[in-house]
Design a protein around this ligand. Structure first.
Ligand SMILES: [Zn+2]
Length: 273
């Protein structure tokens, strides 16, 4: 599944090819993604892209029609910048041809993605976006904010940080890895995390995500860089998917447990309650 680093990598990859260029053609081959593709997208022909931003795992392609195209990659979606002449592959469902002669094409075998046309004034209060917590890489995600949001939570810290109301974009790999780096046991009750340890965790989340973005994204086999090269550069993982292997710090075997129905990897020696 594309995680925040893959989505950010996609944003960085497509932005220079679409910002400042206008929409020549919109091609919808299949409407039936997780929700139907907005038919009003075709109203955007002739309009220009002004910016590409990201909120959690949603991409927002802002146009000069006071609207944005919201794209979520779902379980298996990917975007590429290609020539419009390129042959349509199975599972290519949508494309935007641009005035610079390039095409943004959406590919999604499982069709859990979203492509919606939203008025600028509706974005902030859109049901998909309005309850999202802070962005992990922004300055607003601080130790004080995390500590305050965990104060009343009687759930394991790992489950808490994977909840988008606490912070967005911390998927299973990143939760496991950032807890390891900050020395925190994943089963620790969230409300018991001290403020200094919250500070370490915030720092670790930022580092893990930043490194993954730099590596081009870690998890998605189907992800293609916008130039068509595979974008699968595996970050060096300390605990995730390493059950029984020696801890890279203390050599003790890594443990695996289940928390919130998700596999959880940790070092019982390096990570403390
Ligand atoms: Zn260890």
């Amino acid at each position: 599944m594309p995680e925040l680093p893959e989505v950010e990598t996609t944003r960085l990859g497509i932005s220079p090819h679409i910002i400042g260029h206008s929409i020549r053609e919109i091609i919808i081959r299949r409407h039936d993604l997780r929700q139907p593709i907005s038919p009003s997208l075709t109203d955007l022909i002739g309009r220009t892209f002004e910016a590409v931003t990201r909120r959690s795992k949603y991409l927002l392609l802002k146009t000069n029609a006071n609207s944005s195209i919201l794209i979520h990659l779902g379980m298996s979606g990917s975007l590429r910048i290609i020539s419009p002449a390129e042959e349509w592959k199975k599972h290519d469902h949508f494309a935007i041809t641009l005035s610079n002669g390039r095409q943004l094409r959406y590919h999604d075998p499982r069709r859990f993605g979203l492509i919606l046309h939203l008025k600028e004034s509706d974005i902030q209060n859109h049901p998909l976006l309005k309850n999202l917590g802070p962005e992990p890489l922004e300055e607003t995600f601080t130790a004080a904010r995390l500590h305050a949001s965990l104060r009343k939570k009687n759930i394991p810290i790992k489950v808490a940080i994977m909840d988008a109301k606490t912070v967005v974009g911390v998927g299973n790999i990143y939760a496991s890895e950032s807890l390891f780096r900050s020395g925190i046991h994943p089963k620790l009750q969230a409300c018991k995390l001290s403020k200094p340890r919250a500070g370490k965790l915030v720092q670790a989340i930022k580092e893990v995500l930043t490194e993954s973005i730099q590596a081009g994204g870690t998890t998605l086999r189907d992800f293609l860089n916008t130039d068509g090269a595979p974008g699968y550069f595996k970050q060096r993982l300390f605990v995730y998917d390493r059950k029984g292997e020696p801890c890279r710090v203390c050599t003790n075997p890594i443990s695996r447990g289940i928390l919130g129905q998700r596999s959880t990897y940790f070092c019982p020696k390096c990570q403390k309650m």
